[in-house]
Ligand binder design. Structure first.
Ligand code: SAH
Length: 347
């Protein structure tokens, strides 16, 4: 019986209102339930205390609330928290809480596994099992917001879609989740505090631009030379830099929002002057900044973090060309919570 019931959070507010009208109740009841489901992130009809027992029973007979369960929480010595999140069908994804002195950032997953095959990323080894639903993305954010309040005494301040998966290959659900996260009836967060990170799917970047989205865009670039990029991110053969560049120019024209490039420098791969020069040229197409991120080893020898001198060369060259550059240190490495390390390796 349980399985034939519909997941209530797949319904829009209007559909909830219609449900109650069809049962001879007031449409307003739908608003109340919506508020419980999203604003209060309530996982049980029983707990919806301003509804009559009869109404709660009616909901229970017709629907289920599929929700995540934080199965295991690991804390790093630097304060970072990694959640292993169990989905209603038993699959597991990971999300990370990253605290700084003034902020709490949630790093959330958008897919179980990943359909891309970036050679340096642990998630890529899992393959893509399925897309996450909007409520499964929303629930990860709620769980981290709760942890932030509990352990750091403040609400969550920022969200990055840099967990498992390629958000632009689960486009609709990611956008629906962001709608709920930013909706005053949901979490009411400002879209300016949300960053969607993509390996670069040109068609979808253009679609975001057309939709005039208000969140920020980050692109995992790692190389501005096609042969190099294709060797480490094979899907670049399908979406070459020329198409990515064109999509990013379009993004900036439509949104006027600066792009962040995520970039790891590896020994013998992209640590030459010509790699930096290509990046400088690429950055000129649309206003952008570069985050140089530390390589987090994933347990094979193919990749090695470049020498300090190479990082310095990147920094100096970019600065000389008036491109903002930051060097990011990894967080949560000791619990495999850093960029590219999410692979459901539960201790
Ligand atoms: N698919 C999206 C979202 C994943 S974000 C994207 O590619 O942007 C994860 C970020 O960590 C990306 O910038 C990715 O390139 C980077 N990354 C992956 N593996 C890494 C590793 N081992 N060390 C450091 N960064 C890594």
């Amino acid at each position: 019986m349980q399985n034939s019931k519909k997941d209530i959070r797949a319904l829009t507010k209007e559909q909830l209102r219609e449900f109650f009208v069809s049962k001879g109740d007031k449409a307003f009841r739908g608003n109340q339930v919506y508020e419980w489901l999203w604003g209060k992130a309530c996982y049980s009809f029983e707990d919806m205390t301003n509804l009559s027992k009869q109404t709660r029973q009616l909901l229970d007979e017709n629907f289920v609330i599929n929700h995540i369960r934080v199965d295991q929480m690991q804390r790093s010595s630097d304060g970072t928290i990694k959640n292993a999140v169990q989905l209603h069908d038993g699959l597991v994804v990971e999300s990370v809480l990253i605290p700084t002195s003034s902020r709490t950032t949630a790093c959330v997953s958008s897919q179980v596994g990943c359909s891309l095959d970036c050679k340096f990323c642990a998630t890529a080894k899992l393959k893509r099992m399925r897309n996450l639903n909007p409520d499964e993305i929303y629930d990860q954010v709620v769980a981290i917001d709760n942890e932030s309040r509990l352990y750091f005494d403040r609400p969550l301040s920022n969200i990055v879609f840099m967990g498992m998966g390629e958000p632009l290959m689960n486009f609709n659900n990611v956008l629906l989740a962001i709608d709920k996260i930013t909706d005053p009836e949901g979490l009411g967060m400002s879209p300016k505090r949300i960053t969607v990170s993509t390996s670069g799917v040109p068609k979808m970047i253009k679609k975001l631009a057309d939709d005039q989205v208000k969140f920020k865009l980050a692109v995992s670039l790692h190389s501005a030379i096609d042969e190099v990029r294709t060797s480490i991110m094979p899907f670049n053969a399908t979406f070459p830099l020329k198409d990515l560049r064109e999509a990013l120019e379009y993004w900036y024209q439509q949104t006027k929002s600066r792009i962040t490039y995520e970039y790891v420098v590896w020994k013998g791969i992209n640590d030459r002057q010509k790699d930096v020069d290509a990046l400088v040229q690429f950055c000129k197409f649309a206003p952008s900044k570069v985050n140089l991120i530390e390589y987090n080893p994933i347990g094979d020898d193919m990749f090695e973090q470049a020498e300090e001198s190479a990082i310095k060369m990147y920094q100096d060259t970019l600065e000389r060309n008036n491109i903002t550059v930051t060097v990011r240190r990894s967080r949560g490495k000791d619990i495999d919570a850093a960029c590219g390390q999410l692979a459901n390796k539960i201790a």
